[in-house]
Write a protein that binds this ligand. Structure first.
Ligand SMILES: Nc1ncnc2c1ncn2[C@@H]1O[C@H](COP(=O)(O)OP(=O)(O)O)[C@@H](O)[C@H]1O
Ligand SMILES: [Mg+2]
Length: 276
């Protein structure tokens, strides 16, 4: 993991290959409602993510994690700074950026396979091609036996797998995930973390994962971005630390170095939480 992350980092140039992210002086200000002052959700965010890198974003609630992700997804635009993916400015949503939220966002009236082929079909991918590829990604997430089921017939973990498969069907260069496993029970969550790690290794896609779980961040990421502040703290959300996860490929969540790193992240997040 370490050497892969390193080589990915040395490969990155400012206008990088597909999936590379550049945030340069990014800020987002929401207009205040009914005479209230504007809300400066985030400010001065500088971050580069190398193609293929896995970056986790952590921080107390309200510090602007989702705002950053939505900007990268193209759901809303920054009010200052530069936002680029794959060397191109983000101007709106695009299928090369796959987004996975905590609520799965599946179409309940479509089967698993239909949910997965929906996006590619909309983009004009021929039916047979879309179908073939759908079966592949459904296999990738371990749901081959459930292709004809409807979301309502599946557990939360399985529905989240469908949501991931649906995004993978577009061969995204960048996977944007906002607390994707937050609604899952602990066991399923652990399983999904393994899956995500494997998918990241197999596809080489860049991943930006917002998570509340510092253990999840340590387990999965090459680097962890710690954010702090937020409108409720009277300062805009910003990046306060970027921690490189030097834990190698096989990570033992009970290991000495793993726990040390997790404690360091707790301090980084918690220390900032209690700051004025
Ligand atoms: N559409 C919006 N209008 C006004 N304020 C918003 C809007 N979306 C988010 N905010 C504010 O921006 C700040 C950051 O929110 P968010 O990005 O959701 O934080 P996080 O995901 O880290 O919990 C919060 O203070 C939130 O209230
Ligand atoms: Mg959020």
């Amino acid at each position: 993991m370490r050497s892969r992350a390193r080589s990915a980092l040395t490969r990155v140039t400012r206008h990088a290959q597909a999936g590379g992210v550049v945030l340069d002086g990014v800020g987002k200000r929401y207009p205040g409602r009914r005479g209230e002052p504007d809300v400066e959700a985030v400010a001065d965010v500088d971050l580069e993510v190398a193609p293929g890198e896995f970056v986790a974003v952590v921080g107390a609630s309200g510090c602007g994690k989702s705002t950053l992700l939505r900007i990268l997804a193209g759901f809303e635009s920054q009010t200052s700074g530069v936002v680029e993916v794959g060397g191109r400015p983000v101007t709106g949503p695009g299928s090369e950026r796959g987004v996975v939220f905590q609520d799965y966002g599946l179409f309940p009236w479509l089967t698993v396979r239909e949910n997965v082929t929906f996006g590619p079909r909309q983009r004009g991918v021929p039916r047979q091609t879309a179908r073939r590829h759908a079966l592949e990604v459904i296999e990738t997430v371990g749901l081959s036996r459930f292709t004809d089921r409807f979301p309502g017939e599946l557990s939360g973990g399985m529905q989240q797998r469908v949501a991931i498969a649906r995004v993978l069907a577009n061969d995204p260069a960048l996977l944007l995930m906002d607390e994707p496993f937050g609604a899952l029970d602990a066991l399923t969550r652990t399983q999904m973390q393994h899956e995500l790690r494997r998918i990241h290794r197999e596809t080489g896609t860049t991943v930006l994962l917002v998570t509340h779980s510092l253990e999840e961040a340590c387990y999965l990421a090459d680097r962890v971005v710690v954010m702090s502040g937020g409108a409720s703290h009277g300062v805009p959300g910003h990046v306060s630390q970027v921690v490189t996860v030097d834990l190698g490929d096989e990570r033992d969540v009970n290991g000495e170095s793993f726990n040390a790193l997790e404690r360091r992240l707790v301090a980084a997040v918690h220390g900032e939480e209690s700051a004025p």
